[in-house]
Design a protein around this ligand. Structure first.
Ligand SMILES: [Zn+2]
Length: 834
């Protein structure tokens, strides 16, 4: 039966209309200060590429110094998208976190002025060595990506954040330097990765240097006077800020990592140590010609642009348009050179901005399915007396170009409407690096030309062909969906291509602690009007779904339809994949649709495969009521509900006033004691709860920024020690511990199939009243036995764990479930021996 659920409809409304602030992605006209910088930049033909491993590794002040101070083409290659890190703003993890961090980096680049690149490497978690990192990434694959990006971007200078030794800390950091140094050596060699030469030419940078870390230089007694230095604290009067001030704003965009920053005013010296290539003495760009004379016949262009620069009038920038047009025409004569192509595009922008020409193209909706039509509203206005004529407007997929031949008079808006049809075979707007399934260490990208790009190219672009002094200028802009919000003003989001219907399965994993059937709910979302068809669920033979398929009909775009099915598990343990598909005519849709919506970055939409894991666990349970105090975010409450526990989320007030004794166990979310200031005052209440017979399980906290040092009934000290090898052997330091025996007998097999790591921030010192249970270690290191501490306190039990349950439970690791169930059940074990 088909039902319409009002609550769902309301949710759609909210989803569509609580939108983000404008990110000024459309081509806006800038003020004369910025315009002056853009004009100066037309005469700078040099570039710098900064290479490191993660979002946040970049030196924002140095990027701003090069991009906005020296006006160089400046790039940041972050080998990974930061997929494996923490998230202080939401619940996105893994691929979703990588998408969010990509947008944080792009937001930072909009501030510091650099361009962003990525390789196919995945941030798979902390790694202690470069060897391990390069094994996970696939050294040749990521090296080829670095070479590819160097050949595409053609930097004169390459700068690394790290210097390739243990002092870099993270194995990903060390590997980023190793790959950069090797890529520097071979990118100019046409015998290396020759398959790339279909699209790019070999390119060798002049030099590669390390953006040295002063404490390391001091440690090695390096003579600083011999190194090239740059003051990134310098002030730029056209911008009214120093590069360190710009950097603080850019850095504050790394919000998932809590990197809000304040600017350091005054001198800030950076040092550069040579790695390879011709060493520089005074200036990093020594020996590099960064003027127009680096191109045959370029001097003439340089001279015209210089004259334009000298004649620039901030109050009437359109005065220099004739000179800029002259320079543009000259560039057209120097066909095809790499730098000419870049400068042509920049010159077009400067001409447009000198005329105050604003262009905008808006779609009638934010999405369309393949085969559907979209209305486009294009606007152009000239805010100068300079005569321009609008010749044509054309949007991607538009069949016929509109010939307009319309004068663009001073301050008269011209609006042109059109309709386009999205091709039937158009690809959905899934981020390109997530189109294929991937392993732990690297993404699969089949089209070489996409590698390195931070995000998908816009689906739709509108090109405005404008004539000026017998020259055609093509200005283009991506198409956005725009509306005016009564509170926020203009909000815009990128136009995307969506499947006609999306199938969102409620959970990623379904746990079956016994052979009882479970309800599986999914939500169909219509992305077009009048959609009907059949939805089917597929499972392997020993599982069963009832009913195996259902008919559906959705009338309006954005309608949602919740459907529910029953899943019957087998009698014995089993771990399988369920897939869902919607059949509409001869079309099969196997995608869900999720949105990442945070106010500081543009909305992102992903289309993950609609599938779920079904896990029949062999697990015994003895308690029922659990209180959970969330830290900055984890999914364990959902996982425990899946097991059939009654989970209540507790806030500070509940702890203060509530009757905690009704809970068999209370669990604290990860990093609670790093983020909830109030815990300093609430913790004694929790310890009283333990004293009176409760079980308190505290999950990992970082060693710094703890709100209290009295987390346990007895002292223990949290360190930075961690075990990153998820397959490391786990030994039982106390095999008779109830945690290993009740209610589930834990064996070595329960440590199979863990993901990413064993655990983090293990305590290294503890009061003798605590007992240890497990020990493990990374290759070549001492065993660590502080990852799981327990003690009896009063009538109850206190447990501290650095083991990674917050990763393993959402990943459906059976052994982690069995062990975690034992932890929360510890207080119910009558055979407890302290
Ligand atoms: Zn890093």
């Amino acid at each position: 039966m088909i039902t319409k659920n009002k609550a769902y409809l309301l949710k759609v409304f909210v989803f569509l209309f609580v939108s983000n602030l404008s990110f000024a992605q459309s081509d806006q006209v800038t003020n004369s200060s910025n315009l002056k910088l853009s004009l100066d930049k037309l005469n700078v033909l040099g570039s710098v590429l900064y290479i490191a491993a993660h979002p946040d590794d970049e030196n924002n002040a140095l990027l701003a110094y090069f991009a906005k101070g020296k006006l160089l083409r400046t790039g940041y290659l972050s080998l990974t998208r930061g997929d494996g890190g923490q998230n202080l703003v939401g619940t996105e993890q893994g691929d979703m976190l990588g998408v969010l961090r990509t947008q944080e980096l792009l937001a930072a680049r909009r501030i510091d002025g650099a361009q962003q690149f990525f390789s196919r490497a995945i941030d798979f978690g902390f790694s202690k060595t470069a060897e391990e990192t390069l094994r996970f990434w696939g050294k040749e694959k990521i090296l080829s990506d670095v070479v590819w990006i160097i050949r595409k971007f053609r930097p004169d200078i390459i700068i690394t954040r790290f210097h390739g030794t243990k002092e870099d800390g993270h194995g990903n950091h060390i590997a980023s330097e190793i790959l950069a140094a090797e890529a520097f050596k071979i990118s100019g060699d046409s015998t290396k990765f020759p398959e790339q030469l279909k699209y790019v030419k070999p390119w060798k940078a002049k030099r590669i240097v390390w953006n040295a870390w002063p404490p390391v230089l001091e440690k090695h007694n390096v003579d600083l006077s011999k190194l090239v230095k740059i003051d990134v604290g310098a002030y730029n009067p056209l911008l009214g800020e120093s590069y360190t001030q710009i950097a603080a704003k850019a850095r504050s965009m790394h919000k998932t990592q809590g990197f809000g920053s304040s600017a350091k005013l005054g001198e800030s010296i950076n040092y550069f140590e040579p790695i390879d290539g011709q060493p520089a003495k005074q200036n990093l760009l020594e020996g590099v010609n960064i003027t127009w004379s680096r191109i045959d016949g370029g001097e003439k262009v340089g001279k015209i642009l210089k004259e334009a620069d000298e004649k620039f009038d901030a109050e009437n920038p359109s005065k220099i348009i004739p000179l800029l047009l002259k320079a543009y025409k000259e560039m057209k004569g120097l066909k095809g050179h790499y730098w000419v192509q870049i400068k042509e595009k920049e010159t077009l922008d400067v001409i447009r901005e000198c005329a105050g020409i604003s262009i905008e193209s808006s779609s009638s909706d934010f999405s369309a399915a393949p085969g559907e039509s979209v209305n486009i509203n294009a606007k152009i206005i000239n805010r100068s007396g300079f005569p321009f004529t609008l010749e044509q407007i054309k949007t991607t997929y538009q069949k016929n170009t509109q010939n307009l031949n319309t004068q663009l008079s001073d301050n008269k808006l011209v609006t042109v409407n059109s309709s386009i049809q999205i091709p039937k075979n158009a690809e959905y707007s899934q981020p390109y690096w997530l189109r294929e399934p991937h392993g732990l260490g690297d993404y699969v990208v089949k089209d070489q030309r996409l590698i390195g790009k931070p995000e998908n190219d816009p689906v739709l672009e509108t090109e405005f062909s404008v004539e000026a002094e017998n020259t055609i200028l093509n200005f283009s802009t991506p198409v956005f969906y725009r509306r005016t919000d009564p509170v926020q003003g203009v909000v815009e989001r990128s136009f995307i291509i969506v499947p006609p219907v999306a199938i969102n399965i409620e959970n990623k994993d379904y746990l079956f602690p016994n052979d009882k059937e479970k309800e599986l709910n999914l939500n169909l979302i219509a992305n077009s009007d009048n959609i009907s068809g059949t939805i089917k669920l597929n499972v392997p033979g020993n599982w069963k779904v009832e009913p195996p398929q259902k008919e559906f009909k959705l009338i309006h775009k954005s309608d949602e339809l919740p459907l529910s099915f029953k899943v019957y598990p087998p009698k014995t343990s089993s771990d399988v994949k369920l897939t869902a598909e919607a059949v509409i005519g001869n079309k099969i849709i196997k995608q869900g649709m999720v949105t990442i919506n945070h106010s500081y970055v543009p909305i992102q939409t992903l289309f993950p495969p609609s599938q779920a894991r079904l896990i029949r666990l062999d697990i015994k349970k003895v308690i029922n009521n659990i209180g959970y105090i969330m830290g900055p975010g984890d999914e364990i409450p959902t996982n425990l509900k899946e097991l059939g526990y009654n989970v209540t989320l507790l806030n500070n007030k509940d702890i203060e006033n509530g009757n905690l004794s009704k809970y068999d166990a209370i669990i604290t979310g990860i990093r609670l004691y790093n983020t909830n200031q109030q815990m300093e005052f609430e913790q004694p209440k929790l310890l009283d709860y333990v004293k009176n017979g409760g079980t308190l399980v505290v999950q990992y906290n970082k060693d710094f920024g703890l709100v209290t040092d009295k987390i346990g009934p007895y002292p223990f000290h949290i360190s930075r020690k961690r075990v990153t090898d998820e397959d490391s052997k786990v030994t039982f330091t106390n095999p008779n511990s109830p945690l290993l025996n009740f209610p589930n007998k834990i064996t070595k097999e329960d440590f199979d199939g863990w993901i990413q790591e064993r655990g983090v921030y293990f305590p290294d010192k503890w009061d003798q009243k605590y007992q240890t249970v497990l020990a493990c270690h990374d290759p070549g290191e001492e065993p660590l036995d502080g990852g799981l501490l327990y003690t009896k306190y009063g009538k109850g039990v206190f447990i501290y764990t650095g083991y990674d349950f917050f990763r393993e439970l959402p990943a459906g690791v059976p052994g982690a479930f069995r062990l975690f169930v034992n932890l929360i059940s510890a207080g119910k074990n009558s055979n407890w021996i302290n």
